[in-house]
Design a protein around this ligand. Structure first.
Ligand SMILES: *[C@@H]1O[C@H](CO)[C@@H](O)[C@H](O)[C@H]1NC(C)=O
Ligand SMILES: *[C@@H]1O[C@H](CO)[C@@H](O)[C@H](O)[C@H]1NC(C)=O
Ligand SMILES: *[C@@H]1O[C@H](CO)[C@@H](O)[C@H](O)[C@H]1NC(C)=O
Ligand SMILES: *[C@@H]1O[C@H](CO)[C@@H](O)[C@H](O)[C@H]1NC(C)=O
Ligand SMILES: *[C@@H]1O[C@H](CO)[C@@H](O)[C@H](O)[C@H]1NC(C)=O
Ligand SMILES: *[C@@H]1O[C@H](CO)[C@@H](O)[C@H](O)[C@H]1NC(C)=O
Ligand SMILES: *[C@@H]1O[C@H](CO)[C@@H](O)[C@H](O)[C@H]1NC(C)=O
Ligand SMILES: *[C@@H]1O[C@H](CO)[C@@H](O)[C@H](O)[C@H]1NC(C)=O
Ligand SMILES: *[C@@H]1O[C@H](CO)[C@@H](O)[C@H](O)[C@H]1NC(C)=O
Length: 777
């Protein structure tokens, strides 16, 4: 925990822009086309550092367009749960990996690795690494390059770009030794993070077709197969690497043993790779790697469609940069320093990566029923995280994807029987709650209905009414293996008790109780949208009474309970949070929560105790909405202070610049909404709670909107964090709430800002005595 003094210095630094942005090399001019100042401010290194997996953003400096099926990254480590493929502290690169690992706590699946080298072919991870310096790297959203050197100072200059389903690399060899390129299809894979000696050996295959200048292959690795209910037995990654130069020699290799089989054209089994060599004098080799979840033929089609023969790397990179520019250029900011601009645009870059495309050529492989279907599909849904604000951000900035993303979840329901919780190819049962209910309700509320609404209702209703199998005997603890769909584990005990998940039956019982209550609220919102008024009333009632079934009036905190009703203790039953974070977790009924805590003044004092006592943990999601609760208790100026200091403490333009896991965009979505000046505390309410915009002027050209959303806040960038009043299209806001329909077609949101706390929406505070950042400085 930071000392108060340090915290104030950071607040000051963020307001005045004293912290320098990291010195990052921009790509050469040809890779900065089309011109985009916004894309130039994306720094993919942000969030890669951190001293431990949970103290890190878990992000990688990867290259791919928005929502890409495969992201390409230099491989400094073999990745698995809690280890990303690129770690900033490493000094060698062992290949270039097409990865599907969506978050640091998730497993990899079906990756493919391309390795350039000189001299003897070295297939083993430990032997094939080449040295590099960060000074010799160029990282951007659409193009990556690095100079690699071996111990003889012979080297390879590597350039990388990618489309959604195809990686594009160019190797320029320097030195005299003969170059080679190796493709690793399968490796020894560490199971989870617990025991690095417990490895599995996924099946792989490789085939060289010299006349077609191709290596094709398959990889069955799916690290999450040990958790979650879906065996997905025929799951494979398929790939086709096509080389620009004629293949003169080739062979297969054991990626574990290091043994080479010259002239062999194919191999299969554990730890297989294939390599190719080119004619004397070949100095530059261009390789495209098409990737598929359906077949080698589909991988080849993806390659030919997305990056046809003869396409220069420059062209691929231009297309990918244009795809980012299409999103990022929609947002123009004034009164922003270089560092804040980098944090902001990198946040947008992070928030538009997941879920990722799983369909190809109008079809997709489903691991739920192990079959190929027609349609659009996505995977990489970290819903316990992203339902909070990442989804709301995507609704604003990528509305063209929302129907497809919902449709994809409904397909998962049809093929597997349930909506996803944390889909990484298939269900992984990670975290708690059925927050797909929230994603769907929010989408419908905000006007997305281009999917089967009856089916959506059926799926959501099942979440809310059908407990998982063996609900009384399985605890469904985190990452419990060999269990079915977790969904609302403990729902049976909710029915038996007076509303809570019993702590003596289920893990994380108190968090579940509160999360299920919110999900019930989402179900009631969806029911209202669908004119199912009896259902709406039923689930609304349950959503309002459930949370307080675990409110211990004796202590003033939420607390887990056994089935008998006995309190289980203040530290029991929480997931990724504690009694402090979770006592504030009734986003759909904040007035009732305030009443339980003695009314507005007392609630504001409780929030102060929470923050000043160091209990707010922004590195994890349960705290994200808490600073905004002040505003709902008549203390908006306190929200403004807290939001500014949380932003300054937890976000910056360094590799350590995300204090906690990015979690598929939720960490960044908090920053983005906060910077704009409002946040979706209750995502299915259609309301945003007003905070403190960070910059003087932001204009967002929302897709499909007739005019821009303009947020003006003169002085916000320079010492005026407090809000004296807000108008939306000229109409003054009486309360600190902006409704979605007020902004979604564009609007002029005008803040008047001040250097000291203001009375606006702050009647609970004694404004004369209100603490202010400037006053304390
Ligand atoms: C990166 O590597 C360092 C050194 O091994 C390690 O301490 C750190 O936890 C790693 N970072 C992440 C995010 O795994
Ligand atoms: C963070 O990770 C470390 C191990 O890397 C672990 O010891 C610690 O308990 C974790 N902390 C939290 C809050 O999860
Ligand atoms: C290795 O992991 C598997 C799957 O989790 C487990 O069944 C097995 O017991 C583990 N083996 C060891 C030696 O820990
Ligand atoms: C591989 O094939 C080439 C060309 O036919 C031949 O010269 C070479 O001896 C073969 N190598 C091995 C190890 O069989
Ligand atoms: C709650 O249940 C657990 C498990 O049966 C038991 O160990 C504990 O004593 C119970 N707590 C109370 C307060 O009854
Ligand atoms: C719900 O009822 C309203 C008012 O009658 C109607 O406009 C709307 O289309 C209905 N919605 C659905 C999904 O049936
Ligand atoms: C829910 O319904 C029950 C039974 O009608 C009623 O007693 C209770 O007050 C309702 N709770 C809320 C929060 O509306
Ligand atoms: C508490 O503050 C909120 C927000 O200003 C206000 O709507 C509500 O009426 C207040 N409650 C009481 C009991 O004064
Ligand atoms: C950047 O933020 C991280 C955590 O969020 C923090 O540990 C680090 O000290 C900050 N660095 C700078 C230069 O502010």
């Amino acid at each position: 925990m930071r000392s108060k003094a340090a915290h104030l210095v950071l607040v000051f630094a963020a307001i005045t822009g004293l912290v320098d942005a990291s010195a990052r090399r921009l790509p050469p001019a040809v890779f900065r086309d089309p011109p985009s100042d916004a894309v130039d401010h994306v720094d993919p290194f942000i969030g890669n550092g951190g001293d431990s997996p949970n103290g890190s953003g878990g992000m990688i400096p990867s290259t791919a367009p928005p929502f890409a099926m495969t992201r390409w990254v230099a491989q400094t480590r073999e990745n698995y749960v809690s280890v990303t493929p690129y770690n900033y502290t490493d000094g060698s690169i062992h290949g270039f990996q097409g990865t599907h690992q969506p978050a640091i706590w998730m497993g990899e699946s079906a990756q493919v690795v391309l390795v350039p080298g000189l001299g003897d072919v070295r297939p083993r991870f430990e032997d094939r690494g080449m040295r590099f310096e960060h000074a010799d790297e160029v990282v951007s959203a659409s193009y990556y390059s690095v100079q690699l050197n071996d111990e003889n100072d012979e080297g390879v200059f590597v350039e990388q770009s990618a489309t959604s389903r195809v990686g594009h690399l160019r190797f320029t060899f320097t030195g005299n030794a003969r170059p080679w390129v190796l493709l690793e299809a399968s490796r020894a894979s560490v199971m989870g993070s617990a025991d690095p000696t417990n490895v599995t050996f996924p099946h792989g295959s490789v085939a060289v077709d010299a006349s077609a200048r191709e290596i094709s292959g398959t990889n069955a690795e799916r690290q999450d197969f040990i958790i979650g209910p879906n065996a997905a037995p025929s799951f494979r990654g398929y790939f086709v690497a096509r080389f620009s130069e004629p293949i003169l020699e080739w062979g297969t290799a054991g990626a574990g043993s290091g043994a080479l089989r010259p002239n062999a054209s194919s191999a299969e089994g554990a730890q297989v790779a294939a390599y190719v060599r080119f004619a004397e004098g070949v100095k530059s080799v261009d390789v495209r790697v098409g990737v598929s979840f359906i077949s080698v033929e589909q991988a080849r089609r993806n390659l030919e469609e997305e990056i046809p023969d003869g396409t220069a790397l420059e062209e691929t990179a231009r297309g990918t940069r244009a795809a980012w520019a299409e999103k990022l250029d929609r947002i123009q900011i004034q009164g922003v320093d270089e560092e804040q601009k980098t944090v902001f645009y990198t946040g947008v870059f992070h928030a538009l990566q997941y879920p990722y495309e799983q369909s190809e050529g109008g079809r997709y492989y489903s691991g739920y029923d192990d079959a190929v279907h027609e349609g659009e599909s996505y995977t990489g849904y970290s819903i316990w995280d992203t339902f909070r604000a990442a989804w709301a951000w995507q609704i604003l900035l990528a509305p063209e994807r929302i129907n497809g993303m919902v449709q994809s979840m409904l397909q998962d329901y049809v093929e597997g029987g349930w909506l996803p919780m944390w889909k990484n190819i298939v269900e992984t049962n990670i975290m708690v709650g059925t927050h797909a209910d929230s994603l769907i309700a929010e989408a419908v509320l905000k006007g997305f209905t281009d999917f089967d609404l009856d089916l959506a209702w059926e799926a959501v209703h099942k979440d809310a009414t059908v407990p998982p199998e063996d609900d009384w005997t399985i605890s469904y603890f985190d990452r419990e293996e060999n269990v079915g769909y977790e969904v609302r584990a403990g729902l049976s005990s909710v029915y038996e008790t007076k509303g809570w998940v019993a702590d003596d039956v289920h893990s994380e019982s108190a968090s579940r109780t509160l999360d299920y209550a919110y999900d019930d609220y989402a179900v009631s919102v969806l029911a209202s949208q669908l004119n199912r008024s009896a259902d709406a009333a039923f689930f609304l009632n349950r959503s309002l009474s459930t949370p307080f079934s675990i409110f211990n009036a004796g202590t003033g905190f939420m607390e887990a309970r056994n089935a008998s009703g006995a309190w289980a203790g203040p530290n029991e039953g929480w997931t990724e949070g504690d009694k402090w974070a979770y006592t504030f977790d009734v986003v759909h009924d904040v007035p009732a929560l305030i009443a339980r805590r003695g009314g507005n003044k007392s609630f504001v004092a409780f929030l102060d105790e929470h923050f000043d006592g160091g209990h707010n943990d922004h590195t994890n999601e349960p705290s994200h909405h808490i600073p905004y609760l002040y505003a709902l208790a008549g203390a908006a100026s306190r929200t403004q202070e807290r939001v500014r200091s949380i932003a300054a403490e937890n976000y910056n333009a360094t590799v350590n610049g995300l204090s906690g896991n990015e979690d598929c965009g939720q960490m960044s979505a908090w920053y983005l909404f906060s910077a704009v000046g409002f946040y979706p505390v209750d995502p299915v309410s259609g309301e945003y709670v007003v905070g403190s915009p960070f910059f003087d002027h932001i204009s967002i050209d929302l897709p499909g909107s007739p005019r821009p959303l303009v947020i003006s806040a003169p002085g916000a960038s320079s010492g005026k964090p407090y809000v004296a009043g807000v108008t939306v299209d000229g109409v003054a806001l009486e309360s600190p709430i902006i409704r979605h329909e007020q902004i979604v077609r564009g609007a002029d949101v005008a803040f008047s800002m001040s250097a000291s706390p203001q009375a606006w929406a702050s009647e609970t505070l004694d404004v004369e005595g209100a603490r202010g950042v400037r006053d304390e400085l």
